[in-house]
Design a protein around this ligand. Structure first.
Ligand code: CP
Ligand code: NVA
Length: 316
């Protein structure tokens, strides 16, 4: 396992594509081992800094608890209470913080700002969500799919993940991580809301023909026969001004019981949360027997504990 993860200790995890196929599978195996209690990596005395320029419940709390379970600590470097919020340059902030903490988890807007932190920091930087990607989320999503359909990440190959909604950060990381795991990923979205072309191309290169990565503009075609139905908000953080216009554009794209009836009868329902019942997902779909959204949220903790153990170099 450690051999497949060799690329990562001391390194950044800015994108789902920062691990290769073997590394992604190994990380999911480590997370499952941690979740079961079989593996207990320790990082006593290590400190994780959290710089979050956007709101967060799951990511903030799961990183904090993950670090505590490793025996380490977290410092909340909220921009409002540090000089980050007053415009201290990233180059200075990253170099200073690297003298104090052992890793940084950063939630911000531009992927370029995250890359800037990673460039200047001498400690590992983890993407805790940008406008472009949400790689920690995708790890939890595929661990949840694995729990429903197999015993090992290898069992994911050939399954279909159908994402209906906005071709956003969550969709991007699902495409990239899915490509690495051999999962067919179908993105169903209205015209004008497709995932970024560069991300799709990169995902197809990573997939190397092992799985199909498709974009369709019909919700039923997107979900037909799929093993997982996934959605996310129609207006992401930073797009609040577009809320009304997006509500109109996404009419008919609610993940509901009618769509679920078109999927594989064993299909699970996923949502990264927070959810808007009656908009991108129906109350029946999120609360129904097929929903795994709270397992999915829990799995953030396990995958991030595994990721921290790897970047901190405490996995044997
Ligand atoms: N899914 C997710 O990242 O949730 P938070 O925004 O609450 O962290
Ligand atoms: N796409 C959403 C995900 C929230 C976890 C956003 O960026 O706001």
């Amino acid at each position: 396992m450690a051999q497949d993860l060799q690329a990562l200790p001391g390194r950044d995890y800015l994108s789902s594509a920062d691990l290769d196929a073997a590394g992604t599978s190994a990380l999911l195996r480590l997370a499952a081992g941690i979740k079961s209690g079989r593996l207990r990596p320790q990082a006593a005395g290590r400190v994780l800094g959290l710089i979050f320029r956007k709101a967060s419940t799951r990511t903030r709390v799961s990183f904090t608890v993950a670090m505590a379970r490793l025996g380490g600590q977290t410092i909340d470097l909220n921009p409002q209470v540090t000089q980050v919020g007053r415009g201290e340059p990233v180059a200075d902030t990253a170099r200073v913080l690297s003298r104090y903490v052992d890793a940084l988890a950063i939630r911000t807007f531009g992927q370029d700002e995250l890359a800037d932190y990673a460039h200047w920091a001498s400690v590992p930087v983890i993407n805790a969500l940008t406008d472009l990607e949400h790689p920690c989320q995708a790890l939890a999503d595929y661990l949840t799919l694995q729990e429903a359909f197999g015993a090992d990440p290898d069992d994911l190959a050939g399954l279909t993940m159908a994402y209906v909604g906005d071709g956003n950060n969550v969709a991007h990381s699902l495409l990239l991580a899915g490509a690495l795991l051999g999962v067919h990923v179908r993105i169903g979205c209205p015209e004008g809301f497709a995932p970024d072309g560069g991300v799709l191309e990169r995902a197809r290169t990573l997939a190397d023909g092992r799985c199909r990565l498709e974009v369709v503009h019909d919700p039923v075609a997107a979900v037909r026969g799929a093993q997982a139905l996934y959605t996310d908000v129609w207006a992401s953080m930073g797009q609040e001004d577009e809320q009304q216009q997006r509500l109109r554009a996404f009419e008919g794209w609610c993940l509901n019981e009618d769509l679920l009836a078109e999927a594989d009868p064993r299909a699970i329902v996923l949502h990264c949360l927070p959810a808007h019942r009656g908009e991108e997902i129906s109350a029946g779909a999120i609360e129904g027997a097929s929903s795994r959204v709270f397992d999915q949220a829990e799995n953030r903790l396990h995958v991030q504990q595994a990721l921290l153990a790897v970047v901190l170099g405490v996995v044997d």
